[in-house]
Design a protein around this ligand. Structure first.
Ligand code: ASP
Length: 308
């Protein structure tokens, strides 16, 4: 659900929503004047209950570039440990002036729950295997920068699709912009839900690689699988890892993406991480700009800017 004030997922999003945020992110990247005044005085709280490098730091940078104050809520050191309820915690954060919270949690739906207890804006920075909307938007921006119009472009997402919140959000964003999305992995790691009806599925990587304009590699989400549910990492890597040799089957113009963290030598050969066709660093950089666009929009300043 995505509303004017929250950014929870892209499940019900429409094309104009993605287009608007991507184009606003491009404006930020090109240098919008007085960026630092947009959210001056606003308070954005990062609540990361799961590890994060890229998302947490780029949200913090995005908030600060817009003039907002970024606060880290350390769940392990908070009164949640003393038995305070989530509802009371959110009330407390609001009482100290928090305008937005950016939350990551292992439970799918946690940000949606939190949004019920918080009158400000809630951003989902990753909930279980469900959604990671700003990664989807960062990937969409990366694809648009590369190809312009995505109509008819083929985006191949490879690896542990079933447990990947990135796959869901990036596939949805690319699909809304007109791309053909193909999901590739072992049958056990392909999705079963009808929500994925827009994407084609295959387990034949060799056949899928040559026709792709962009290949998004994903790591095996070992933290999501209960014991015995996931195939062994080495087996998946052997069958679906992008080796140097396999990468030669990619079209010359095709780009390589990965949301990170990369498990080098498993889903991706170490030499490919910074190869010429790699856009992994662009994805990280673009994460800052889409998060600026998303914070601005949900905190209600987008209209003011567009009118200016
Ligand atoms: N960083 C991404 C996420 O939090 C991708 C990953 O961890 O594999 O979902």
């Amino acid at each position: 659900m995505t509303t004017a004030c929250h950014l929870l997922d892209l499940d019900g999003a429409q094309r104009p929503f993605v287009e608007t945020l991507v184009s606003r992110a491009r404006q930020f990247k090109a240098g919008v004047p007085n960026q630092g005044l947009r959210l001056r005085g606003r308070i954005v709280v990062g609540m990361f209950f799961e590890p994060s490098t890229r998302t947490a730091t780029s949200y913090a940078v995005a908030a600060q570039r817009l003039g907002a104050v970024w606060l880290d809520f350390r769940s392990e050191e908070s009164s949640l440990r003393k038995g305070e309820s989530l509802e009371d915690t959110m009330r407390t954060l609001r009482a100290i002036g928090a305008d937005a919270v950016v939350v990551r949690h292992r439970e799918a739906g946690f940000p949606h729950l939190l949004a019920r207890h918080f009158p400000g804006s809630v951003h989902n920075a990753g909930d279980g295997a469900h959604a990671h909307p700003t990664q989807g938007l960062a990937d969409a921006l990366t694809l648009v920068e590369e190809f312009g119009d995505l109509t008819g472009r083929r985006v191949l997402i490879v690896g542990d699709i079933a447990h990947s919140r990135v796959a869901r959000s990036s596939a949805k964003a690319a699909h809304l912009l007109g791309a053909d999305v193909v999901l590739c992995g072992p049958p056990l790691l392909l999705p079963s839900q009808p929500a994925w009806g827009f994407a084609a599925c295959t387990s034949d990587l060799e056949a899928a690689l040559p026709g792709a304009d962009a290949v998004i590699m994903l790591r095996l989400q070992i933290e999501r699988g209960t014991h015995g549910e996931l195939p062994p990492a080495d087996d998946v890597a052997r069958a679906y890892g992008l080796t140097l040799q396999r990468s030669q089957a990619m079209a010359p113009h095709a780009i390589l993406m990965h949301p990170g963290p990369v498990n080098r030598g498993l889903e991706l050969a170490p030499e490919l991480v910074a190869a010429e066709r790699s856009r992994i660093a662009h994805q990280v950089e673009n994460g800052v700009y889409v998060r600026m666009a998303a914070l601005e929009r949900t905190l209600g300043h987008a209209d003011r800017e567009h009118a200016a």
